[in-house]
Ligand binder design. Sequence first.
Ligand code: HEM
Length: 478
Amino acid sequence: MDNTMTLFPSLLLVAALSLILLLLLHRTAARRKLRLPPGSLGLPFLGETLHLISAYKTENPEPFIDERVARYGSVFTTHVFGEPTVFSADPDTNRFILQNEGRLFESSYPGSICNLLGKHSLLLMRGNLHKRMHSLTMSFANSSIIKDHLLVHIDRLVRVNLESWTGRVLLMEEAKKITFELTVKQLMSFDPCEWTENLMKEYMLVIDGFFAIPLPLFSNTYRRAIQARGKVAEALDLVVKERRKSEGGERKNDMLAALLEGDGGGGGFSDEEIVDFLVALLVAGYETTSTIMTLAVKFLTETPLALAQLKEEHDEIRARKGDSEALEWEDYKSMPFTQCVVNETLRVANIISGIFRRTMTDVNIKGYTIPKGWKVFASFRAVHLDQEHFKDARSFNPWRWQDSSATANSTSMFAPFGGGPRRCPGSELARVELSVFLHHVVTRFSWIPAEEDRLVFFPTTRTQKRFPIIVQPRVQAV
Ligand code: HEM
């Protein structure tokens, strides 16, 4: 457990450094007579950041953004983690930020995250290497790969996991296990075994580190995460070496095979590059997809009409196929209402509520100038939950996606997977995984919440109690 007494000096240090940075940035901007977006900065670490954190720790962080948008407009300056940050709640500005990746903006993660991801992670790469690696990743998670290779494993691994469901189930934990197993299969072709279970234990410690105070001296969680990152890297390094030894044998159809064959800009990728790349992919798809699985079930539980319609759609598919036949691509393509549920869950939950970038030069937006080196935050959440862009935006209404005229307008506002050169390469995979998961859950079980659980949005979007439910096999299961 982190100790408040030991945290306090580090928070003070961060606050003092941020204050100096803030004064420098402001003085420079003022000297150059730049027109900055309006906003309230407060104290660097303790002011706006604490407001923001306490808003996102509740079920309803919207008033925080609403109030600032009403006062300053949809592009305003605020403070996030000790740095002045331009916050965009405006869809055009968000698109501009995403599309100008590498020209006007670059991705920006704190050093603590870089330590956990490894320096060769896709999320941290820039320029040409990023372009090549992004398309390599896409080539391993696109529709035809999912259709021809991954779907069968997704179906099988979801079924196997659901077989052990009985009585009280912690849905978030189950979803995490399924997602981890799917990702390991996709990356390295391993089926669940003792090795994958041990890897998952270490890997969970790494994930905890992303949400800890990133100072090894003060935070046990962060220190443990760094150690666990070392162990995960060691385990993956052995796999890479084994695979190199067996090159020339049967080619596996997985991401690791694609990386071993990739040129990495001449001469192939080093083992370290491949390991960092695999770690980043494990991280990127895990928390996101498992949370969306959990929240889809939560929203459906709270919206019985939607659940009933979803069951009908999936019962029809099961009736065509009998009890045990695996889902095929055509089945996935015949789930129109499921896709509405997927979209609506992504819109309301906003697992990635937005993305941070840093300006590479002075950037003009909406008549303001954002100085070089400033942080910007393109908020998807603010757009998705804005009543101007989505009617009755704050309620879960999957039917909105059935109305094609509304959909056309909404699609340009809808960016749960980001956009531009860094658009999520796993978007289709996440959709398929969620659809298959929903299919098997609704055709096999009925459930009720085991206890009340609340949705919170800090440090990540999740429910406080990991959404415990009581499941029962469906009596009329087909
Ligand atoms: C519901 C599930 C998911 C959501 C909401 C999601 C969302 C996002 C978003 C918003 C970004 C853009 C980040 C940025 O612009 O800085 C992103 C990037 C990324 N996602 Fe996903 N993602 C999901 C699932 C997955 C899966 C299953 C994979 C596995 C292949 C994946 C792999 C990645 C990678 C590698 C990146 C970095 C791309 C780059 O920097 O070029 N994601 N994701």
